[in-house]
Write a protein that binds this ligand. Sequence first.
Ligand SMILES: NC(=O)c1ccc[n+]([C@@H]2O[C@H](COP(=O)([O-])OP(=O)(O)OC[C@H]3O[C@@H](n4cnc5c(N)ncnc54)[C@H](OP(=O)(O)O)[C@@H]3O)[C@@H](O)[C@H]2O)c1
Length: 355
Amino acid sequence: MAVSPERRPTLAVVGATGSVGGVLLQILSQHADIWGEIRLVASARSAGRKLTVRGEETEVVALTESVFDGVDVAMFDVPDEVAAQWAPIAASKGAVVVDNSAAFRLDDDVPLVVPEVNPHAARVRPRGIVANPNCTTLSMIVAIGALHAEFGLRELVVSSYQAVSGAGRAGVETLRAQLSLVAGTELGTSPGDLRRAVGDATGPFPEPVALNVVPWAGSLREDGWSSEEMKVRDESRKILGLPELPVAVTCVRVPVVTTHSLTVHARFQSEVTVGRAREILATAPGVVLFDDPAAGEFPTPADVVGTDPTWVGRVRRSLDDPSGLELFVCGDNLRKGAALNTAQIAELIAAEFTA
Ligand SMILES: NC(=O)c1ccc[n+]([C@@H]2O[C@H](COP(=O)([O-])OP(=O)(O)OC[C@H]3O[C@@H](n4cnc5c(N)ncnc54)[C@H](OP(=O)(O)O)[C@@H]3O)[C@@H](O)[C@H]2O)c1
Protein backbone atom coordinates (compact mmCIF):
# COMPACT_ATOMS: atom_id res chain seq x y z
CA MET A 1 0.00 0.00 0.00
CA ALA A 2 1.50 3.36 -0.98
CA VAL A 3 0.81 6.32 1.27
CA SER A 4 1.50 9.97 0.72
CA PRO A 5 4.89 11.18 1.92
CA GLU A 6 3.34 13.40 4.56
CA ARG A 7 1.54 10.46 6.25
CA ARG A 8 3.95 8.64 8.49
CA PRO A 9 3.27 4.91 8.87
CA THR A 10 1.48 3.67 11.96
CA LEU A 11 3.40 1.06 13.94
CA ALA A 12 2.19 -1.59 16.40
CA VAL A 13 4.67 -3.22 18.79
CA VAL A 14 3.13 -6.50 19.93
CA GLY A 15 4.97 -7.82 23.01
CA ALA A 16 6.05 -4.34 24.08
CA THR A 17 6.39 -5.42 27.73
CA GLY A 18 8.85 -8.28 27.10
CA SER A 19 12.66 -8.46 27.03
CA VAL A 20 12.87 -7.85 23.30
CA GLY A 21 9.97 -5.38 23.37
CA GLY A 22 11.72 -3.25 26.01
CA VAL A 23 14.87 -2.95 23.89
CA LEU A 24 12.76 -2.22 20.83
CA LEU A 25 11.17 0.74 22.62
CA GLN A 26 14.67 2.08 23.42
CA ILE A 27 15.73 1.67 19.78
CA LEU A 28 12.56 3.38 18.52
CA SER A 29 13.43 6.26 20.84
CA GLN A 30 17.04 6.43 19.58
CA HIS A 31 16.59 5.97 15.80
CA ALA A 32 15.35 8.64 13.40
CA ASP A 33 11.67 9.11 14.14
CA ILE A 34 9.95 7.88 10.99
CA TRP A 35 6.75 6.61 12.58
CA GLY A 36 3.41 8.25 13.07
CA GLU A 37 1.41 6.66 15.90
CA ILE A 38 3.14 3.86 17.82
CA ARG A 39 0.72 1.43 19.49
CA LEU A 40 2.03 -0.73 22.33
CA VAL A 41 0.36 -4.12 22.64
CA ALA A 42 0.80 -7.04 25.07
CA SER A 43 -1.40 -9.61 26.82
CA ALA A 44 -4.49 -8.63 28.79
CA ARG A 45 -2.27 -8.96 31.92
CA SER A 46 -0.42 -5.80 30.92
CA ALA A 47 -3.33 -3.70 29.63
CA GLY A 48 -3.24 -0.23 31.18
CA ARG A 49 0.49 -0.32 32.02
CA LYS A 50 2.37 2.74 30.83
CA LEU A 51 5.67 2.46 28.95
CA THR A 52 7.85 5.22 27.54
CA VAL A 53 8.63 5.40 23.83
CA ARG A 54 10.05 8.47 22.05
CA GLY A 55 9.95 10.21 25.44
CA GLU A 56 6.17 9.83 25.74
CA GLU A 57 4.29 7.69 28.22
CA THR A 58 2.09 5.36 26.21
CA GLU A 59 -0.58 3.01 27.53
CA VAL A 60 -0.28 -0.69 26.71
CA VAL A 61 -3.39 -2.22 25.14
CA ALA A 62 -4.45 -5.87 25.12
CA LEU A 63 -4.02 -7.86 21.92
CA THR A 64 -7.30 -7.91 19.98
CA GLU A 65 -8.13 -7.72 16.27
CA SER A 66 -9.03 -4.05 16.52
CA VAL A 67 -5.51 -3.01 17.63
CA PHE A 68 -4.44 -3.55 14.01
CA ASP A 69 -7.00 -1.10 12.57
CA GLY A 70 -5.02 1.38 10.46
CA VAL A 71 -1.65 -0.20 11.33
CA ASP A 72 0.91 -0.21 8.49
CA VAL A 73 3.70 -2.21 10.15
CA ALA A 74 3.31 -4.58 13.11
CA MET A 75 6.37 -5.85 14.97
CA PHE A 76 5.71 -9.10 16.83
CA ASP A 77 7.89 -9.98 19.86
CA VAL A 78 5.74 -12.64 21.49
CA PRO A 79 5.94 -16.42 22.02
CA ASP A 80 5.75 -18.61 18.91
CA GLU A 81 2.16 -19.75 19.44
CA VAL A 82 0.91 -16.19 19.93
CA ALA A 83 2.68 -15.06 16.75
CA ALA A 84 1.38 -18.09 14.83
CA GLN A 85 -2.19 -17.14 15.73
CA TRP A 86 -2.03 -13.35 15.52
CA ALA A 87 0.49 -12.43 12.79
CA PRO A 88 -1.83 -13.69 10.00
CA ILE A 89 -4.68 -11.69 11.57
CA ALA A 90 -2.57 -8.52 11.53
CA ALA A 91 -1.54 -9.23 7.91
CA SER A 92 -5.16 -9.83 6.90
CA LYS A 93 -5.96 -6.36 8.22
CA GLY A 94 -3.33 -4.82 5.92
CA ALA A 95 -0.30 -4.57 8.21
CA VAL A 96 3.11 -5.80 7.12
CA VAL A 97 4.23 -8.05 9.98
CA VAL A 98 7.86 -8.28 11.10
CA ASP A 99 7.90 -11.33 13.34
CA ASN A 100 10.61 -12.22 15.83
CA SER A 101 9.31 -15.68 16.73
CA ALA A 102 10.20 -19.01 15.15
CA ALA A 103 6.65 -19.50 13.81
CA PHE A 104 7.29 -18.56 10.15
CA ARG A 105 11.07 -18.41 9.69
CA LEU A 106 11.43 -21.51 7.58
CA ASP A 107 8.23 -21.12 5.52
CA ASP A 108 9.07 -20.81 1.82
CA ASP A 109 6.69 -17.89 1.35
CA VAL A 110 8.08 -15.88 4.28
CA PRO A 111 11.41 -14.09 3.78
CA LEU A 112 14.01 -14.35 6.56
CA VAL A 113 15.88 -11.09 6.53
CA VAL A 114 19.14 -9.60 7.82
CA PRO A 115 19.38 -6.13 6.25
CA GLU A 116 23.21 -6.23 5.93
CA VAL A 117 23.10 -9.62 4.19
CA ASN A 118 19.87 -10.08 2.18
CA PRO A 119 17.84 -6.83 2.29
CA HIS A 120 16.26 -7.54 -1.14
CA ALA A 121 14.41 -10.53 0.37
CA ALA A 122 12.20 -8.20 2.44
CA ARG A 123 10.45 -6.93 -0.71
CA VAL A 124 8.88 -10.28 -1.60
CA ARG A 125 6.39 -11.23 1.11
CA PRO A 126 3.40 -13.11 -0.28
CA ARG A 127 1.81 -13.54 3.16
CA GLY A 128 2.55 -10.01 4.33
CA ILE A 129 4.99 -11.46 6.90
CA VAL A 130 8.75 -10.97 7.14
CA ALA A 131 10.61 -13.12 9.67
CA ASN A 132 13.48 -12.07 11.89
CA PRO A 133 16.12 -14.77 12.49
CA ASN A 134 16.84 -16.21 15.93
CA CYS A 135 19.29 -14.45 18.20
CA THR A 136 22.11 -17.00 17.96
CA THR A 137 22.18 -16.92 14.15
CA LEU A 138 21.92 -13.12 14.17
CA SER A 139 24.82 -12.81 16.60
CA MET A 140 27.24 -14.13 13.93
CA ILE A 141 25.60 -13.92 10.50
CA VAL A 142 26.55 -10.34 9.59
CA ALA A 143 30.26 -11.18 9.96
CA ILE A 144 29.87 -14.55 8.24
CA GLY A 145 27.85 -12.97 5.41
CA ALA A 146 30.62 -10.44 4.74
CA LEU A 147 33.27 -13.19 4.58
CA HIS A 148 30.98 -15.36 2.42
CA ALA A 149 30.55 -12.53 -0.11
CA GLU A 150 34.31 -12.55 -0.71
CA PHE A 151 35.45 -16.13 -0.16
CA GLY A 152 32.32 -18.27 -0.72
CA LEU A 153 31.31 -20.26 2.37
CA ARG A 154 31.66 -24.05 2.24
CA GLU A 155 31.09 -25.17 5.85
CA LEU A 156 30.36 -23.82 9.35
CA VAL A 157 31.20 -25.42 12.70
CA VAL A 158 29.84 -23.32 15.56
CA SER A 159 29.69 -23.45 19.36
CA SER A 160 27.59 -20.90 21.19
CA TYR A 161 27.93 -19.38 24.65
CA GLN A 162 24.41 -18.05 25.08
CA ALA A 163 23.18 -15.46 27.54
CA VAL A 164 20.18 -16.15 29.77
CA SER A 165 18.13 -13.26 28.34
CA GLY A 166 17.86 -15.38 25.20
CA ALA A 167 15.24 -17.24 27.26
CA GLY A 168 13.29 -14.01 27.93
CA ARG A 169 12.52 -12.35 31.24
CA ALA A 170 12.23 -15.75 32.92
CA GLY A 171 15.84 -16.54 32.00
CA VAL A 172 17.18 -13.32 33.53
CA GLU A 173 15.06 -13.68 36.68
CA THR A 174 16.32 -17.25 37.12
CA LEU A 175 20.01 -16.33 36.84
CA ARG A 176 19.61 -13.38 39.22
CA ALA A 177 17.80 -15.52 41.81
CA GLN A 178 20.44 -18.25 41.56
CA LEU A 179 23.30 -15.75 41.81
CA SER A 180 21.93 -14.34 45.05
CA LEU A 181 21.61 -17.90 46.36
CA VAL A 182 25.23 -18.82 45.62
CA ALA A 183 26.98 -15.50 46.30
CA GLY A 184 29.49 -15.75 49.15
CA THR A 185 29.10 -19.54 49.49
CA GLU A 186 31.54 -22.36 48.73
CA LEU A 187 29.05 -23.90 46.29
CA GLY A 188 30.44 -25.34 43.08
CA THR A 189 33.21 -27.30 44.80
CA SER A 190 31.67 -30.77 45.13
CA PRO A 191 29.49 -32.82 42.76
CA GLY A 192 25.80 -31.94 43.00
CA ASP A 193 26.16 -29.21 45.67
CA LEU A 194 24.93 -26.53 43.28
CA ARG A 195 21.99 -28.62 42.11
CA ARG A 196 20.90 -29.36 45.68
CA ALA A 197 21.09 -25.67 46.62
CA VAL A 198 19.12 -24.51 43.58
CA GLY A 199 16.55 -27.32 43.81
CA ASP A 200 13.71 -26.98 41.32
CA ALA A 201 14.37 -23.27 40.72
CA THR A 202 16.08 -23.86 37.37
CA GLY A 203 13.53 -21.73 35.49
CA PRO A 204 13.65 -22.25 31.72
CA PHE A 205 16.97 -24.16 31.98
CA PRO A 206 17.43 -27.89 32.63
CA GLU A 207 20.28 -27.34 35.14
CA PRO A 208 21.53 -24.54 37.42
CA VAL A 209 23.06 -21.83 35.26
CA ALA A 210 24.84 -19.77 37.96
CA LEU A 211 28.47 -20.95 38.37
CA ASN A 212 27.82 -23.44 35.57
CA VAL A 213 27.60 -23.98 31.81
CA VAL A 214 24.67 -25.93 30.37
CA PRO A 215 25.09 -27.63 26.99
CA TRP A 216 21.46 -27.20 26.06
CA ALA A 217 19.16 -24.51 24.60
CA GLY A 218 15.65 -25.06 23.32
CA SER A 219 13.73 -28.29 23.02
CA LEU A 220 14.67 -31.83 21.93
CA ARG A 221 14.74 -32.57 18.22
CA GLU A 222 15.65 -35.76 16.34
CA ASP A 223 18.82 -37.66 17.16
CA GLY A 224 19.73 -35.55 20.18
CA TRP A 225 19.92 -32.16 18.46
CA SER A 226 18.33 -29.15 20.17
CA SER A 227 15.83 -26.84 18.49
CA GLU A 228 18.28 -23.95 18.92
CA GLU A 229 21.01 -25.88 17.08
CA MET A 230 18.64 -26.71 14.23
CA LYS A 231 17.60 -23.05 14.01
CA VAL A 232 21.21 -21.90 13.57
CA ARG A 233 21.71 -24.47 10.80
CA ASP A 234 18.43 -23.98 8.94
CA GLU A 235 18.30 -20.20 9.28
CA SER A 236 21.95 -19.65 8.27
CA ARG A 237 21.32 -21.72 5.14
CA LYS A 238 18.19 -19.72 4.25
CA ILE A 239 19.69 -16.25 4.87
CA LEU A 240 22.86 -17.01 2.92
CA GLY A 241 20.96 -18.77 0.11
CA LEU A 242 23.05 -21.93 0.61
CA PRO A 243 20.44 -24.69 1.15
CA GLU A 244 23.04 -27.49 1.26
CA LEU A 245 25.62 -25.75 3.48
CA PRO A 246 27.12 -28.21 5.99
CA VAL A 247 26.56 -26.68 9.45
CA ALA A 248 27.38 -28.31 12.80
CA VAL A 249 26.29 -26.45 15.93
CA THR A 250 26.51 -27.02 19.69
CA CYS A 251 24.52 -24.53 21.78
CA VAL A 252 25.60 -23.87 25.36
CA ARG A 253 24.00 -21.61 27.99
CA VAL A 254 26.36 -19.59 30.19
CA PRO A 255 25.79 -17.30 33.20
CA VAL A 256 25.82 -14.08 31.17
CA VAL A 257 22.79 -11.78 31.32
CA THR A 258 22.84 -10.45 27.74
CA THR A 259 25.11 -10.97 24.69
CA HIS A 260 25.67 -14.25 22.94
CA SER A 261 29.19 -15.35 22.01
CA LEU A 262 30.15 -17.94 19.42
CA THR A 263 33.28 -19.69 18.27
CA VAL A 264 33.11 -20.21 14.51
CA HIS A 265 35.18 -22.49 12.28
CA ALA A 266 34.34 -21.40 8.73
CA ARG A 267 35.65 -23.15 5.62
CA PHE A 268 35.58 -21.33 2.28
CA GLN A 269 35.78 -22.19 -1.43
CA SER A 270 39.21 -20.66 -1.79
CA GLU A 271 42.27 -20.10 0.32
CA VAL A 272 41.97 -17.27 2.81
CA THR A 273 44.48 -14.97 4.40
CA VAL A 274 44.04 -13.46 7.82
CA GLY A 275 45.05 -10.09 6.39
CA ARG A 276 42.22 -10.04 3.83
CA ALA A 277 39.72 -11.46 6.33
CA ARG A 278 40.61 -8.70 8.75
CA GLU A 279 40.18 -6.05 6.02
CA ILE A 280 36.73 -7.41 5.19
CA LEU A 281 35.66 -7.53 8.82
CA ALA A 282 37.09 -4.09 9.58
CA THR A 283 35.06 -2.48 6.77
CA ALA A 284 31.82 -4.53 6.76
CA PRO A 285 28.77 -2.49 7.82
CA GLY A 286 27.54 -3.65 11.22
CA VAL A 287 30.81 -5.40 12.17
CA VAL A 288 33.57 -4.26 14.53
CA LEU A 289 36.95 -6.00 14.37
CA PHE A 290 38.44 -5.96 17.88
CA ASP A 291 41.40 -8.26 17.69
CA ASP A 292 44.73 -7.65 19.34
CA PRO A 293 45.45 -10.53 21.70
CA ALA A 294 48.93 -9.18 22.45
CA ALA A 295 47.23 -6.14 23.94
CA GLY A 296 44.56 -8.30 25.60
CA GLU A 297 41.93 -7.06 23.14
CA PHE A 298 39.11 -9.33 22.12
CA PRO A 299 35.35 -8.94 22.48
CA THR A 300 33.58 -10.16 25.60
CA PRO A 301 29.89 -9.88 26.53
CA ALA A 302 30.76 -7.51 29.37
CA ASP A 303 31.84 -4.88 26.82
CA VAL A 304 29.57 -5.76 23.92
CA VAL A 305 26.25 -5.67 25.81
CA GLY A 306 24.11 -2.68 24.85
CA THR A 307 25.91 -2.11 21.54
CA ASP A 308 24.62 -2.66 18.02
CA PRO A 309 27.40 -4.30 15.98
CA THR A 310 28.67 -7.83 15.67
CA TRP A 311 32.10 -7.85 17.33
CA VAL A 312 34.79 -10.18 15.98
CA GLY A 313 38.11 -11.12 17.52
CA ARG A 314 40.62 -13.99 17.66
CA VAL A 315 40.77 -14.13 13.84
CA ARG A 316 43.12 -16.96 12.88
CA ARG A 317 43.67 -19.11 9.82
CA SER A 318 42.91 -22.75 10.59
CA LEU A 319 46.16 -24.56 11.34
CA ASP A 320 45.35 -27.55 9.16
CA ASP A 321 43.30 -25.96 6.37
CA PRO A 322 44.37 -22.90 4.34
CA SER A 323 40.71 -22.30 3.38
CA GLY A 324 39.53 -22.17 7.02
CA LEU A 325 39.16 -19.35 9.54
CA GLU A 326 38.65 -19.47 13.31
CA LEU A 327 36.73 -16.57 14.87
CA PHE A 328 35.27 -15.49 18.20
CA VAL A 329 32.11 -13.45 17.70
CA CYS A 330 29.92 -11.55 20.19
CA GLY A 331 26.57 -9.87 19.60
CA ASP A 332 23.95 -8.41 21.92
CA ASN A 333 21.13 -10.94 21.59
CA LEU A 334 18.47 -8.38 22.45
CA ARG A 335 19.75 -5.68 20.07
CA LYS A 336 21.10 -7.08 16.76
CA GLY A 337 19.96 -10.52 17.92
CA ALA A 338 16.35 -9.39 18.07
CA ALA A 339 15.07 -5.83 18.44
CA LEU A 340 17.60 -3.99 16.28
CA ASN A 341 17.23 -6.36 13.33
CA THR A 342 13.44 -6.10 13.65
CA ALA A 343 13.65 -2.31 13.68
CA GLN A 344 15.98 -2.32 10.66
CA ILE A 345 13.57 -4.53 8.68
CA ALA A 346 10.62 -2.34 9.69
CA GLU A 347 12.56 0.74 8.57
CA LEU A 348 13.23 -0.87 5.17
CA ILE A 349 9.51 -1.49 4.82
CA ALA A 350 8.57 1.97 6.04
CA ALA A 351 10.80 3.41 3.30
CA GLU A 352 8.57 1.66 0.72
CA PHE A 353 5.55 3.50 2.10
CA THR A 354 7.04 6.90 1.46
CA ALA A 355 9.07 6.05 -1.69
N1 LIG B 1 15.23 -12.94 24.11
C1 LIG B 1 15.92 -13.04 22.98
O1 LIG B 1 17.18 -12.94 22.94
C2 LIG B 1 15.19 -13.25 21.68
C3 LIG B 1 15.91 -13.12 20.52
C4 LIG B 1 15.29 -13.32 19.28
C5 LIG B 1 13.97 -13.64 19.26
N2 LIG B 1 13.27 -13.78 20.41
C6 LIG B 1 11.86 -14.10 20.27
O2 LIG B 1 11.10 -12.92 20.53
C7 LIG B 1 9.86 -13.26 21.12
C8 LIG B 1 9.73 -12.53 22.46
O3 LIG B 1 10.80 -12.95 23.31
P1 LIG B 1 11.14 -12.25 24.71
O4 LIG B 1 12.46 -12.82 25.09
O5 LIG B 1 10.97 -10.77 24.63
O6 LIG B 1 9.97 -12.85 25.63
P2 LIG B 1 9.41 -12.31 27.03
O7 LIG B 1 10.39 -11.44 27.70
O8 LIG B 1 8.89 -13.50 27.75
O9 LIG B 1 8.15 -11.38 26.57
C9 LIG B 1 7.03 -11.94 25.94
C10 LIG B 1 6.11 -10.83 25.45
O10 LIG B 1 4.98 -11.45 24.80
C11 LIG B 1 3.77 -10.99 25.39
N3 LIG B 1 2.76 -12.06 25.38
C12 LIG B 1 2.86 -13.29 25.90
N4 LIG B 1 1.70 -13.97 25.70
C13 LIG B 1 0.87 -13.12 25.04
C14 LIG B 1 -0.46 -13.22 24.57
N5 LIG B 1 -1.19 -14.34 24.72
N6 LIG B 1 -1.01 -12.15 23.95
C15 LIG B 1 -0.29 -11.00 23.79
N7 LIG B 1 0.98 -10.85 24.22
C16 LIG B 1 1.55 -11.89 24.84
C17 LIG B 1 4.16 -10.63 26.81
O11 LIG B 1 3.18 -9.76 27.34
P3 LIG B 1 2.88 -9.71 28.94
O12 LIG B 1 3.98 -8.90 29.55
O13 LIG B 1 1.56 -9.04 28.99
O14 LIG B 1 2.87 -11.13 29.41
C18 LIG B 1 5.52 -9.97 26.57
O15 LIG B 1 5.33 -8.65 26.09
C19 LIG B 1 9.86 -14.80 21.26
O16 LIG B 1 9.24 -15.37 20.14
C20 LIG B 1 11.33 -15.13 21.27
O17 LIG B 1 11.59 -16.46 20.83
C21 LIG B 1 13.85 -13.57 21.61
